[in-house]
Design a protein around this ligand. Structure first.
Ligand code: ZN
Length: 590
């Protein structure tokens, strides 16, 4: 039994995520977790909310709530939606947890001990009215270049010129609008990523070398050796080597909300009142989340450390991360810099699966502009499996992909309703009408049945290969082909015709068809878990054994086994519904 640690990029706390966010990390991670559990492997699947930083403070202020209360509430909202989408996290944690505070302070202390932290004196804008330092993007003013009067302190949106807050004419606080600002000297800690450039570069090139080797060998007998996507390594190398190369990065901020800056459990002189920058503590939450899981489930430290410490049992763990392409630099460079720099035996990632963007109907999904379909809205319209199937079968892997309502309607109606749903409905209803609601006995396999078993065996092995390699779209295509094979068999065997001359022959055809439903439920569970459970329930079985031997799997339900005709699995989307939704989601969410 393999042990597989899976993390999804952690969603930011300030609101409900859209479908583009979902397919960029959490959903494919769930697909993989469910598949690996289905194969009998031991899985630890972790995700959490990313709760620190100024955007959380501002969202809380807007909602009129203390930031801690706001985060607790939004964590509940996100956890509920994740559960309703069938995201099967072993734990959905919080980056504001006590575990993450302690671990973040621990890592900072270790990095300081290793000489990888330096102190930098900076000038930053302080707002008297707000009683705080303002991050660059929370200072507004007139652009010195184009005269746009709402330019931000880091960049002018109008002419795209990169700015410093001190460049702005008539600067004001974006929070209060106050112009009572002052430039003050403040000290910050920087992680010396530049000092780790060679070590990180070697780590990446080791990964690339084995990728090249594997492309030649085309043999991934050890799943740790699957090549990383070019998207992942090319982004990492760009940050490592382009221009002046990898830069040091500030890890502290002058804010109230965050992990207080401490050196392990000691004070950090000169850093009083400061917190760690959210980018530093967020990925550490991947580890802390396992500690939260242990606490929530009455487990010991040893129970979570065997996933994360190579000196405590994690040396045989395969660690896979899922994320959108915008998160790749942090996960290939900054987080590994934290882990490698600590000098402690923490588990490093074995494989990073990154995604391009999903666009929405001719534009982009946008949280800030409320454009597109958000997770809660999607579930108000249709059950999760409709969305899961479409999103996964159109995952933006090799390039960006686009959601359109026409494509969604077509995919749901053809793949789910016509192919899978129709198969299940036809065979169960036919059996009920001629043999009753029990698996019929009699008859023997002929050439047609042997040919089907051979085709399915070939396709199931291909499906396993794609799932193992996290080829999401190809896995969906193969699964669909497996459903189609059953439909074609039923069409050509035509038990409704056979029954008139040779009821025994019809019986074996129907028996095979009913067993196919169980087989489909097992294979499809990673994509459409709720429907899969309904199929198993209709087939009156708890047998979810993976079909290592397809022929044997197709006799799992013996003659005489009772079943029930299920309700329609998937309702077709009508043109009227499609148009209605197209209109409803054409604007922006308010
Ligand atoms: Zn400008």
């Amino acid at each position: 039994m393999a042990r597989i640690l899976i993390t999804s990029a952690i969603p930011y706390i300030n609101g409900i995520k859209h479908l583009g966010n979902l397919i960029g990390s959490q959903l494919p991670a769930d697909l993989y977790a469910r598949y690996q559990r289905g194969r009998g492997n031991e899985v630890m699947f972790l995700c959490a909310t990313d709760e620190h930083g100024t955007p959380a403070e501002l969202a809380a202020a807007k909602a009129g709530k203390p930031v801690a209360d706001y985060c607790a509430e939004m964590h509940g909202v996100q956890a509920d939606i994740a559960q309703r989408f069938g995201l099967s996290f072993d734990h959905f944690g919080r980056s504001s947890s006590a575990q993450n505070k302690a671990l973040t302070q621990h890592f900072a202390g270790k990095l300081e001990d290793a000489g990888l932290i330096r102190e930098v004196s900076e000038k930053q804008v302080y707002s008297h009215a707000d009683g705080r330092f303002l991050p660059d993007r929370y200072i507004e003013g007139t652009c010195p270049n184009c005269g746009y009067d709402r330019a931000r302190g880091d960049q002018c949106e109008n002419c795209t010129k990169q700015l410093d807050p001190t460049d702005l004419i008539e600067p004001r606080s974006a929070i209060s609008g106050s112009t009572d600002l002052e430039v003050r000297e403040t000290k910050h800690l920087y992680l010396r990523q530049s000092a780790m450039k060679n070590q990180l570069g070697e780590w990446i090139s080791d990964i690339e070398e084995r990728s090249v080797y594997n492309k030649l060998a085309d043999n991934y007998s050890d799943p740790k050796e699957i090549p990383w996507p070019l998207l992942t390594t090319s982004i990492a190398k760009k940050w490592l080597y382009d221009g002046d190369g990898l830069q040091d990065r500030g890890i502290t901020r002058d804010l109230d909300w965050g992990v207080p800056v401490r050196k392990g459990d000691q004070d950090w002189p000169g850093m009083e009142g400061k917190v760690f920058y959210v980018w530093f503590d967020a990925p550490i939450e991947y580890i802390a989340c396992a500690g939260e899981w242990a606490e929530a489930n009455g487990k010991t430290d040893a129970d979570w450390q065997r996933w994360w410490r190579t000196d405590k049992g994690a040396d045989d763990v395969r660690y896979v991360q899922f994320m959108g392409k915008d998160n790749v630099p942090f996960h290939t460079l900054s987080f590994p810099a934290t882990i490698l720099g600590s000098g402690e035996p923490w588990k490093l990632v074995d494989y990073i699966k990154s995604f391009n963007y999903l666009n929405y109907d001719g534009g982009q999904f946008s949280t800030s502009q409320g454009r597109g379909v958000f997770m809660d809205q999607a579930l108000d319209i249709l059950p999760a499996d409709y969305w899961r199937w479409w999103l996964l079968s159109h995952a933006p892997e090799s390039s960006d992909s686009e959601f359109t309502w026409e494509n969604f309607q077509q995919s749901v109606n053809k793949d789910l309703a016509d192919v899978l749903g129709n198969f299940v409905s036809r065979i169960t209803k036919f059996c009920r009408s001629k043999f009753g609601e029990a698996v019929p006995q009699g008859g023997t396999y002929g050439d047609r049945e042997q040919a089907l078993i051979e085709e399915l065996t070939r396709r199931v092995r291909a499906y396993e290969g794609f799932m193992e390699a996290m080829e999401v779209r190809k896995s969906a295509q193969e699964l669909r082909a497996i459903w189609v094979a059953g439909n074609e068999y039923l069409q050509s065997a035509a038990p409704w015709s056979t029954f008139k001359e040779d009821p025994e022959q019809a019986a074996v055809q129907v028996r095979l068809g009913l067993n196919l439903i169980r087989l489909y439920a097992v294979l499809s569970a990673p994509f459409i878990p709720e429907t899969s459970a309904r199929m198993l329930s209709a087939m009156n079985t708890l047998d979810t054994a993976w079909p290592d031997d397809v022929a044997a799997a197709l006799s799992a339900l013996p003659a005489g086994h009772d079943f029930a005709v299920p309700d329609v699995l998937f309702a077709k989307i009508t043109d009227e519904q499609r148009e209605d939704w197209q209109d409803r989601f054409a604007g922006v969410r308010t």
